[in-house]
Design a binder for this molecule. Structure first.
Ligand SMILES: [Zn+2]
Ligand SMILES: [Zn+2]
Length: 163
């Protein structure tokens, strides 16, 4: 008998080390041509995925919700938990280090930590808006092109200033 469980039909996406859940969810959805509501529906956690993509973690994602998503995506609970903040974070502005993005194009959860204002790896101040046109960055789940939404400057071309 064929295994016709629709949940196994999603194309798997591996989380990257340090990647934020919002960015990861955006990759999963684009790869599978799903809207946020469709992904939530499939996982049986309606509405929740949309909130997570905006870093609205209040109430904090429960093990039950994460397990439901993990079952759909073929991921362990621990893999999903690793993409959640481990210290207090700020929802906005969305921040980034252009040098880090140039090395590997994804949004790091640590960029949103309240305590962080610079990238320790590059010793550069985190950007909280486009240095060219001043536009704010969109939520990471919408970073499909990796560039400023308004002027088109690539994130990896954005030079952070030193301190
Ligand atoms: Zn960096
Ligand atoms: Zn711009």
């Amino acid at each position: 008998m064929l295994d016709t469980d629709i949940k196994t039909w999603l194309l798997p996406i591996e989380p990257l080390e340090g990647e934020s859940l919002s960015h990861f969810l955006g990759r999963v959805r684009r790869r599978n041509y799903l809207s946020t509501s469709a992904l939530g529906e499939l996982a049986g956690i309606r509405g929740v995925v949309t909130r997570w993509e905006k870093f609205r973690h209040n109430p904090f994602p429960s093990d039950q919700e994460l397990t439901a998503l993990g079952n759909l995506l073929g991921l362990e609970l621990s893999q999903l938990k690793a993409m959640l903040p481990s210290e207090p974070m700020k929802l906005e502005p969305i921040r980034l280090c252009g040098a880090c993005y140039g090395e590997s194009p994804f949004h790091r959860i640590e960029w949103q930590y309240k305590s962080r204002w610079k990238c320790d790896r590059h010793d550069l101040k985190l950007l909280c808006k486009c240095p060219n046109c001043g536009a704010k960055f969109k939520i990471p789940s919408l970073w499909d092109f990796g560039k400023c939404d308004r002027c088109g400057l690539g994130f990896c071309e954005m030079k952070n200033t030193r301190n």
